[in-house]
Design a protein. Structure first.
Length: 196
């Protein structure tokens, strides 16, 4: 190989090496750009997630405050007695005949709340049952009927079997009694509309 061929081979090798380095550098830059873009996207996603987490936290705290305002007292023993007394008052106010209101369940649900279950058997006419149900649903308390069974008796009377569940939320506003006021659940308004 003469001097000229050798210089030509070196020149070609330098050109190929330069081209390869250029291609490699371009690939490296594109990889860096993709990584930078991925990091920016990840940071934006993280910021969005943090904002969403804060929004959800505020909503949960607002919901919790509403639940605490509508809860029985946080002390399960106090809540148990207060709610049983309220149920008895509702049955009496409706004009229903009943023997007893029994506690069927007292189950703590972690640190958040305690679930209290009750059952009652009562007898009366359709008007008395309607009064009881209206009073039950007009209360703003965190409670619900889990079973309502009506069985016809003599002379237009009904045997009513009910099971209810009420909640005592940790941090409740009340320390005794039951929440006062009325809820918007009875859509027709007062009990007279339902009796009519």
């Amino acid at each position: 190989m003469n001097h000229r061929e050798r210089n030509l081979a070196i020149g070609v090798a330098v050109l190929i090496g330069g081209w390869a380095a250029s291609v490699g550098w371009g690939a490296y830059q594109r990889a860096l750009d993709r990584r930078s873009s991925a990091v920016i996207d990840a940071e934006l996603s993280l910021d969005t997630a943090r904002v969403r987490e804060e929004q959800v936290r505020k909503l949960v705290l607002e919901d919790l405050a509403g639940y605490q305002a509508r809860s029985l007292p946080a002390d399960p023993q106090v809540a148990q007695q207060a709610y049983r007394g309220w149920l008895i008052d509702q049955l009496e106010a409706a004009g229903l005949d009943f023997a007893d209101v029994k506690l069927t369940e007292r189950r703590p649900r972690g640190e958040a709340y305690t679930s209290l279950g009750y059952s009652a058997n009562a007898e009366g006419g359709l008007a008395e049952v309607t009064r009881f149900l209206h009073g039950f649903y007009a209360s703003p308390m965190l409670h619900k009927l889990t079973l309502l069974k009506l069985t016809p008796r003599d002379r237009g009377r009904l045997q009513m079997n009910v099971q209810v569940r009420a909640l005592a939320v940790r941090g409740a506003d009340l320390t005794e009694g039951v929440p006062a006021g009325e809820s918007a659940r009875p859509l027709l308004g007062g009990v007279d509309a339902y009796l009519a």
